[in-house]
Ligand binder design. Structure first.
Ligand code: FMN
Length: 306
């Protein structure tokens, strides 16, 4: 499946499939995705302090996907950066994206300073987590001024590591925020984080299913939101896009790539179909390309715009 090789920000990926942040929580466990043949892996977002996460249940499947409110459960930057160092040492062949979350610029800079010496292939700034509102205030990426400000400061200290801005669909104009990130020096855009927040009520128990009551919606039901967001971002920026949100079939992959994504994240589908979903998508995409005489994915990126 040579036709699936992709270059993103000058980094080679064997195939365009990425494990999105947070789908696996523990850092060493991300190896499972690599064994399943992903092109790249994004680690769970790290915060300054260790976070236990929101009350259980934190994830819930429903007919069209999933709702979650994990609340950024993670080891915190001290232990987390040590684990990341070990993970990177034992994984030389698959590009790793380290995801960071903070609500203050200063805190983001502290996290980036800790990660840069580890030399991951990418740093992703999670400017869009919907599940930490109450404790931290609104996520920073929801306003374009704030998103750009963080990117600009981070770029001053990120050295050669490409910086990606992960954006939320729950805004008036995602393309405007993406453009502001690009103007501030971002090397790529990752879109989308979960949609919502939403709520599901257990009609027998007469209460919301999630411990935190509301959470972000992911999985097949949000695909049209993803496609629209990627399409709009592609028209606004020149930097490459990692598209994610609801991809579960090879046809979804083609749609998101035609909308403008160079790489695609597949997360919730691994809960619905298992890690074998990556093989299914690779086979489907590769056969589609062969049938249409498409030699490389680059030929398809943004094809729906012309
Ligand atoms: C259980 C769960 C935890 C998540 N945790 C994070 C996270 O820590 N950081 C982040 O940027 N996105 C997080 N996300 C969002 C995903 O990375 C992704 O953007 C979203 O789920 C859409 O893709 P999907 O429909 O393929 O899952 C999480 C999603 C789920 C389902």
């Amino acid at each position: 499946m040579d036709n699936l090789n992709v270059k993103y920000c000058n980094v080679n990926f064997n195939n365009p499939f990425i494990l999105p942040s947070g789908i696996i929580t523990e850092i060493p466990e991300h190896r499972r995705a690599i064994e399943a043949g992903v092109g790249g892996v994004t680690l769970k977002s790290l915060t300054f302090e260790k976070r236990e996460g929101n009350p259980l249940p934190r994830v819930w499947k429903y007919d069209c996907g999933m709702i979650n409110s994990v609340g950024l459960r993670n080891a915190g930057i001290e232990d987390g950066s040590r684990e990341i160092g070990e993970f990177l040492k034992s994984n030389k062949n698959t590009p790793v994206i380290v995801s960071l979350f903070a609500t203050k610029v200063k805190e983001f800079l502290y996290l980036v300073e800790k990660i840069v010496p580890l030399s991951p292939q990418f740093i992703e700034l999670n400017l869009s987590c919907p599940n930490v509102d109450d404790e931290f205030g609104k996520p920073l990426g929801m306003e374009k001024g704030a998103a750009g400000k963080i990117v600009k400061q981070v770029k001053k200290i990120s050295e050669k590591i490409p910086v990606l801005a992960k954006l939320s669909p729950n805004v008036n104009d995602i393309a405007d925020i993406a453009k502001n990130c690009e103007d501030s020096g971002a090397d790529g855009i990752v879109a989308i984080n979960t949609v919502g927040p939403g709520m599901i009520i257990d009609i027998e128990k007469r209460k919301p299913v999630l411990g935190a009551k509301k959470g972000g919606v992911s999985g097949p039901g949000i695909l049209p939101v993803t496609v629209r967001c990627i399409y709009e971002i592609y028209e606004a920026v020149k930097i490459p896009i990692i598209g994610m949100g609801g991809i579960s079939k090879w046809q979804d992959v083609v749609e998101v790539v035609m909308a403008g994504a160079t790489l695609v994240g597949v997360g919730t589908a691994t809960y619905l179909k298992g890690m074998k979903v990556y093989d299914e998508l690779k086979n489907g995409l590769s056969s589609f390309m062969a049938k249409k005489n498409i030699k490389g994915l680059a030929e398809l990126v943004g094809a729906a715009h012309f």
